[in-house]
Design a protein around this ligand. Structure first.
Ligand SMILES: Nc1ncnc2c1ncn2[C@@H]1O[C@H](COP(=O)(O)OP(=O)(O)OP(=O)(O)O)[C@@H](O)[C@H]1O
Ligand SMILES: [Mg+2]
Length: 226
């Protein structure tokens, strides 16, 4: 479902070039749960941004269900991001002047879901990630880092995406909450056949996904599992 070929993203800073993603090839099947590990600065966030069409590659292609998302127009790109992709950002990226529940409802508004259904679904998703009722009506600034992270996960699930791209989704969660979030992602992969790609530093978590890749020098290598 996801086929990446010769993907390259080069950043220029002065006379220097950083090859954050360097002629990368890999593919992921529908419903697969994949983890990506790698050192800080190895290009993990850069890769996820490319897969989520938040950034344009310097070269190469990304085919999602046969369609190359690096070559489609802006209009269709917006609908790709809105309907197919759920993105969990490393720094959450919640909208500060909207409450937790409004943050989760917003992508559904873009997708044309009715107000009633938006509210019901956002409430159910927030409950699923362990956000309590009184926290739902608070703005992100009045929530802890871990709570904001869980709101951002609920937001990523809002439009029932076929692909979830999550950058350190449990980085700020305690062990038990982290496990709960991973169980939720596992269930989505198994029951809804959602394709899931997570960046993580937690080798324990990486070990429990279907496949693990290590990112270094801008390329991915599959880590063999026993
Ligand atoms: N907009 C940019 N302009 C210039 N260089 C960039 C830009 N974004 C990222 N880089 C560089 O590209 C490389 C990869 O960065 P990236 O954020 O993808 O790393 P990462 O693996 O996500 O790291 P971390 O684990 O710390 O989040 C780094 O050397 C970084 O400095
Ligand atoms: Mg990063």
């Amino acid at each position: 479902m996801l086929v990446v070929e010769h993907l390259t993203r080069t950043f220029k800073s002065g006379d220097d070039e950083v090859h954050a993603v360097n002629d990368m090839d890999f593919s992921v099947d529908k419903g697969e749960f994949v983890s990506i590990i790698g050192k800080s600065g190895s290009g993990k966030s850069t890769l996820l941004s490319l897969l989520g069409a938040l950034d344009k590659p310097t070269g190469g292609s990304i085919k999602v269900d046969g369609q190359d998302i690096t070559r489609i127009g802006d209009h269709r790109l917006i609908s790709y991001r809105c309907s197919k992709i759920g993105f969990v950002f490393q720094n959450y990226n919640l909208i500060p002047n909207l409450t937790a529940i409004e943050n989760v409802m917003l992508p559904m508004e873009f997708a044309g879901v009715s107000p009633r259904e938006r509210k019901d679904r956002a409430t159910a998703l927030l409950e699923e990630v362990g956000i309590e009722t009184d926290q739902m009506s608070r703005k992100p600034g009045k929530l802890s880092g871990g709570q904001q992270q869980r709101v951002s996960i609920a937001r990523a699930l809002a439009n029932k995406p076929s692909v979830i791209l999550a950058d350190e989704p449990t980085g700020n969660l305690d062990e038990q909450t982290g496990k709960m979030v991973f169980a939720l992602l596992h269930r989505l992969a198994r029951q809804e056949h959602t394709t899931i790609i997570v960046v993580t530093h937690d080798l324990d978590i990486a070990g429990k996904t279907d496949r693990t890749f290590r990112l270094s020098d801008g390329t991915l290598k599959e880590v063999k599992k026993k």
